[in-house]
Design a protein around this ligand. Structure first.
Ligand code: CDP
Length: 310
């Protein structure tokens, strides 16, 4: 029997404790570096063209266009009458976006008091339909401009929208009139729930606008980070959004990115700010991603908030 560690190479990553120490050494010090910001915007524009490609639009995906699923081998969807009519005409975001906040779901947000800071941004992105109820407002804020939704959430939390759609439509109200960004063409089982979510919102004249993530964009962003040492089967939602923000925003601050079980005060931290359900282990490589983000923080390209907000 071959053990997995003979088959897969083992990547050397600093231990959690060393990362915590490194972050503590750096402290709150941060200085914006325009050259770094410009460089990353250029690199991301060259590889992935976020302005044009981040969503599936009528412009980049005309009728007959074959969309190759990024999370599946050899599976595609050919744009037809039905799907084409669901796409927005072109990138609807008013560019350039000025100050962007990308909010991950890490447990370090709990008691961070970052809500006000987050809410002051011009464009706020959140991951996976996170709770924004009263008890969290002080830590995570209230405003949202773009929120991602994984099709699996539609399946699990809303019974795939096969029965009542009211619970779904009602729970979307906390996101105001933001964009809901769904990877409808990433995994085969995700397409139907995504289309159902589209119709549930459209049929109830919801204020939200559905944007389907463009699988080509997700694939190129994955390659971009792979070339920089992130060896995951799939990037985490948070890193996709940070990449999008680096491509579209003048300034990026990231909150709630801390995939470690101890905090800067050496106390245990839950995985999410709202629960402690751990991810499927070998799917994402969040600590590897953190190292990359921390690198960008140190170079002044984006700002990571890992402690309390002032
Ligand atoms: O579905 P996924 O595992 O990608 O995300 P999530 O658990 O809903 O959290 C949203 C994002 O926050 C993740 O994609 C990570 O980028 C980030 N995160 C983190 O850095 N540290 C944590 N402890 C939890 C989430």
């Amino acid at each position: 029997v071959l053990c997995w560690f003979y088959v897969y190479p083992v990547y050397r990553l600093p231990r959690d404790k060393d990362i915590v120490e490194e972050v503590l050494r750096q402290g709150e010090a941060w200085q914006k570096n325009q050259t770094g910001i410009d460089l990353y915007r250029k690199l991301l524009t060259e590889c992935c063209d976020p302005k044009r490609m981040f969503a599936v639009t009528k412009e980049n995906s005309p009728m007959g266009k074959v969309l190759w699923y990024d999370g599946e081998f050899y599976h595609s969807h050919t744009v037809n009458n039905e799907t084409y009519s669901l796409f927005v005409q072109e990138n609807p975001l008013q560019l350039p976006l000025k100050k962007c906040a990308v909010v991950g779901n890490g447990g370090i947000l709990r008691h961070s008091k970052c809500g006000r800071d987050i809410d002051q941004a011009d464009f706020i992105m959140r991951c996976n339909l996170p709770p924004l109820s009263k008890e969290y407002v002080e830590d995570v804020g209230t405003r949202t401009h773009l929120v991602t939704a994984n099709p699996s959430i539609i399946e699990k939390r809303f019974q795939n929208l096969l029965w009542s759609r009211k619970a779904f439509v009602d729970s979307m109200k906390v996101y105001g009139s933001s964009y809901i960004y769904m990877p409808a063409f990433s995994m085969k089982p995700g397409t139907d729930p995504s289309l159902r979510a589209y119709y549930a919102l459209a049929d109830t004249s919801s204020n939200l606008t559905m944007l389907f993530a463009n699988p080509e964009f997700l694939r190129t962003v994955g390659k971009f980070w792979k070339a920089r040492g992130v060896h995951a089967k799939r990037l985490s939602t948070g890193l996709f959004l940070v990449s999008l923000a680096l491509g579209l925003c003048e300034e990026v601050t990231a909150y709630g990115f801390w995939p470690f079980s101890v905090g800067l005060d050496e106390q245990p931290v839950s995985h999410h700010y709202y629960d402690n359900i751990l991810p499927y282990k070998w799917f994402h490589a969040m600590p590897e991603e953190f190292v990359q983000l921390w690198h960008l923080h140190k170079s002044g390209t984006l700002r990571m908030r890992v402690g309390h907000c002032p």
